[in-house]
Design a protein around this ligand. Structure first.
Ligand code: PLP
Length: 367
């Protein structure tokens, strides 16, 4: 698409968002205004699940999910070693122990072989494995066919951390954020569906979990908000953010197509120069929402320096795995070799729906 068309498309969406924001601000219903409930219905319909419960951010969403599933002290929860800190942090925040699992070298997602090894090891040690948190890292779904089987075999709950994955889907149109007993996402501005601040959501088909989550996000409320039947959080999505997200959701499929076009172009230009993310079409079983376009290269620091010199931002997601985080040093878990290697070689390039061909070519030419 030409720059002028991209620009026009973005300006049109921005004008709609300005209007929606002004409307929400003038309504005075800043907390739990009508836009919040409307958005929840729209998000549930988009993902294809029964319930969506919005909340303040993706970290709270994970914590709320674990609370609703009754996970706490004495329980162990398996998380990928290569992810954003919040995935493992949420486990520790509810008093459970995160167990770090290695990831697949191509998809960056949790490796089901290592997962099975670690589940059995946990069982042999007499620990209490309760759940797996799979992450849709950089936008591509984890291997849910396999993960759902593993969870069934070992009697574990499955939580999907779809903070980066909203909009991705598996081959038969099963969308990210529909795979867990409870799935979560984040609306942090840099995420595939981003708002103008912090925001998050949970998705489930289970009526009891949904009711529990609606209570937990408002201080554990009972039938009214001053009848508190349990301890919870204060974790609601602002009406203003809901208003922005309603507009963005209307344009979301166009943006998704646009980021896939950017990824295709990067893949073509970078083939043979660095290890490009596996092209989902070639793999034949999923589509990414491209929260990040992440290459692997032994000389990534050199590449990053070259981009920086040309004024082009790039980021290392993530330079330190979970098992190497200071906050988890007391757990004394062995590092995971593939996650370790990725932390030394990955580099995320500029990626958004409004990148022009010229911008993509400039980045590629510097690699
Ligand atoms: C994989 C993953 N999980 C959880 C989160 C937490 O989301 P939030 O920043 O909205 O709390 C993030 C945010 O970067 C993330 O990337």
């Amino acid at each position: 698409m030409q720059f002028r068309d991209l620009h026009r498309q973005y300006e049109a969406m921005k004008a709609e968002m300005d209007e929606a924001l002004l409307g929400a601000a003038r309504s005075g219903a800043y907390i739990m205004g009508p836009q919040v409930a409307e958005l929840e219905q729209q998000l549930a319909a988009y993902v294809g699940v029964k319930h969506c419960i919005t909340c303040a951010n993706g970290t709270d969403a994970l914590r709320l999910a674990l609370m609703a599933l009754g996970i706490g002290p004495g329980d162990t929860v398996f998380v990928p070693d290569f992810t954003f800190f919040a995935t493992a942090e949420a486990v520790a925040m509810v008093g459970a122990t995160p167990i770090f699992v290695d990831v697949d070298k191509d998809t960056f997602n949790i490796d089901d072989n290592d997962l099975c090894i670690k589940i059995r090891d946990n069982q042999n040690k007499g620990l209490a494995p309760r759940a797996v948190i799979a992450v849709d890292l950089f936008g591509r779904p984890a291997d849910y066919d396999s993960l759902q089987e593993v969870c069934e075999e070992y009697g574990l709950l499955l939580v999907e951390d779809g903070a980066q994955g909203f909009g991705g889907f598996l081959y038969d149109d099963r969308k990210n954020c529909s795979f867990g007993d409870i799935s979560t996402t984040s609306f942090f501005p840099a995420k595939p569906l981003g708002c103008y601040g912090d925001g998050g959501a949970l998705f489930t088909n289970n009526d009891d979990y949904a009711a529990m989550l609606r209570s937990l996000r408002v201080h554990g409320k009972g039938t009214d908000k001053y009848d508190n039947v349990r301890l919870g959080l204060n974790s609601r999505l602002d009406t203003l953010q809901a208003a922005v997200l309603q507009v963005k959701l209307r344009h979301f499929d166009e943006e998704l197509a646009a980021v896939n076009r950017v990824a295709d172009k990067y893949n073509c230009l970078l083939q043979g120069k660095v290890k490009t993310p596996k092209v989902p079409v070639e793999m034949g079983w999923c589509t990414s929402s491209w929260a990040q376009y992440t290459i692997q290269a032994d000389n990534r620091d050199e590449i990053q320096a070259r981009l920086k010199a040309a004024g082009i931002p790039s980021m290392v997601y993530y330079p330190r795995t979970m098992s190497r985080q200071t906050a988890f040093a007391h757990l004394g878990q062995q590092p995971c070799p593939i996650a370790d290697r990725l932390s030394q070689t990955v580099l995320s390039l500029p990626m958004h729906p409004y990148m022009t061909d010229e911008e993509i070519e400039t980045v590629a030419s510097l690699i």
